[in-house]
Design a protein around this ligand. Structure first.
Ligand SMILES: NC(=O)c1ccc[n+]([C@@H]2O[C@H](COP(=O)([O-])OP(=O)(O)OC[C@H]3O[C@@H](n4cnc5c(N)ncnc54)[C@H](OP(=O)(O)O)[C@@H]3O)[C@@H](O)[C@H]2O)c1
Length: 181
């Protein structure tokens, strides 16, 4: 059976995955810990269930450079191979494998369903070749006004099927779409 590529990503309501300077602090607004009460949200927005369903992770090097050396990286991307796309690949570092390969050829070799983390540049490469099978988009209740857009608008038209909608007390909404079969 073909392995699925799943985009699991968070965006502002106006479609930005990061601010212009690359910062993603607004993602904490989807978490009750961002509120004045300081109460931690029990919601993980399906993260743990999703993480246990995939066997590998893909991200672009700009995203990796931002998170690679943080404790969040150890927390969110542990125990699974993380393939980092870069045109200047480096030697493997723990579970991080740098790749410079045609995305279509790379996907053919995957042995498990795989999480496409982003960012937008790498996503565009996958969309151009119609390689994303499922989109799980977590919408954070904020308008950023400007930033790095989730979709750059240079991929092909594609029909999608709504697979799930979830809403959370925090104001976060999560939409899941599958590519139409
Ligand atoms: N909100 C979220 O859930 C979320 C998720 C992911 C990322 N982000 C944010 O998105 C921002 C980064 O996004 P971005 O679009 O600027 O960059 P990106 O997609 O993360 O990375 C772009 C880099 O990936 C490499 N790359 C892209 N296509 C390639 C290909 N076909 N072959 C080989 N290498 C390829 C290149 O690395 P080299 O320059 O090394 O060649 C390129 O510069 C960050 O601020 C990050 O925090 C947010």
């Amino acid at each position: 059976m073909e392995k699925k590529i799943i985009l699991y990503i968070a965006t502002s309501l106006d479609g930005f995955i990061a601010k212009k300077d690359g910062s993603i602090d607004f993602l904490n607004l989807g978490n009750k810990s961002g509120e004045s009460s300081g109460e931690k949200s029990k919601d993980d927005y399906g993260y743990n269930e999703f993480y246990s369903s995939i066997g590998a992770i893909i991200m672009g090097n700009t995203t990796y450079k931002q998170v690679g050396d943080t404790k969040e990286f150890e927390e969110y991307y542990k125990d699974k191979p993380v393939f980092v796309f870069s045109r200047k690949p480096k030697a493997q570092k723990r579970n991080v494998i740098f790749v410079h390969e045609d995305v279509k050829e790379f996907v053919k070799k995957l042995k498990s369903d795989t999480w496409l983390v982003g960012g937008a540049s790498l996503l565009t490469e996958f969309l151009k070749d119609g390689l994303v099978d499922k989109f799980i988009i977590t919408i954070i209740p904020i308008l950023l006004g400007e930033g790095i857009p989730l979709f750059k608008g240079d991929s092909k038209e594609k029909n999608l099927r709504l697979a799930d909608v979830k809403s959370y007390d925090s104001g976060v909404v999560q939409l899941s779409y599958q590519t139409k079969v």
